[in-house]
Design a protein around this ligand. Structure first.
Ligand SMILES: Cc1cc2nc3c(=O)[nH]c(=O)nc-3n(C[C@H](O)[C@H](O)[C@H](O)COP(=O)(O)O)c2cc1C
Length: 201
């Protein structure tokens, strides 16, 4: 199975990257594939709210010319979309937010003269997060926002893995955290397998 990983941290050797690299190691050891898209190295401009996308029902139809279509195609062509991000001001980082805005508008044809489909309907979404506050106060608003984003886009929310940054004096990744993120990768893969099996019978 294939994961499309949207990497939203600007720090390529930071906390989110550390957690993600163990996740990917486990994911690949389980025999699955992952494509990582480093959002700080791509260009996805903020949504202009022009509504032009709502007049185009079968594709994004956005007037802006940037990296969104390629990223969207990879999201659509995956078994699970993993949003990996540090928490910035109680939500994801700005490049990921720009992507989420564009995807939830251009990808959901609810607002034009004629209603159309949710282009990512049925896609699965999970999240890997790091934050400074305890997760229940640092990542709670992000998780709720992500749940609603999924519901609105008719996507399936599969869950979040989050660990706290305890400051520079404490190494971010220890053996317990590495084990826990491996468990998360295993649980995610198993949940998808079970779902796919149930869809077949
Ligand atoms: C600009 C900025 C805003 C932040 N805002 C929050 C926040 O609202 N809540 C929180 O819990 N942590 C916040 N943090 C802490 C980061 O989420 C945390 O240190 C994270 O592990 C950094 O991940 P990285 O190493 O991948 O960049 C913020 C950090 C920065 C730099």
């Amino acid at each position: 199975m294939r994961a499309c990983v949207l990497m939203g941290s600007p720090r390529e050797a930071g906390n989110t990257a550390a957690l993600l690299s163990v996740f990917l190691e486990e994911w690949e050891e389980l025999g699955h594939e992952a494509r990582v898209i480093p959002l700080y190295r791509r260009k996805v401009a903020p949504c202009l709210g022009c509504m032009a996308c709502q007049d185009c029902l079968d594709s994004l139809g956005c007037v802006q010319r940037d990296d969104l279509p390629g990223i969207f195609a990879q999201m659509a062509d995956s078994d699970v979309i993993l949003l990996a991000t540090p928490i910035y001001a109680w939500f994801c980082t700005a490049p990921m937010k720009a992507l989420m805005d564009r995807v939830i508008y251009a990808g959901v044809k609810n607002y034009g003269k004629q209603r159309g489909p949710a282009l990512l309907e049925g896609r699965r979404v999970a999240s890997l997060v790091t934050c400074g506050y305890p997760p229940e106060r640092g990542a709670d608003l992000w998780e709720e926002g992500l749940r609603r984003w999924c519901r609105h886009g008719k996507m399936e929310y599969m869950g979040m893995f989050c660990r706290r940054d305890l400051g520079r004096a404490v190494p971010f990744l220890d053996a317990d955290r590495a084990l826990a993120v491996r468990d998360f990768a295993q649980a995610l893969a198993l949940a998808i397998k079970v779902e796919e099996h149930e869809q077949k019978i």
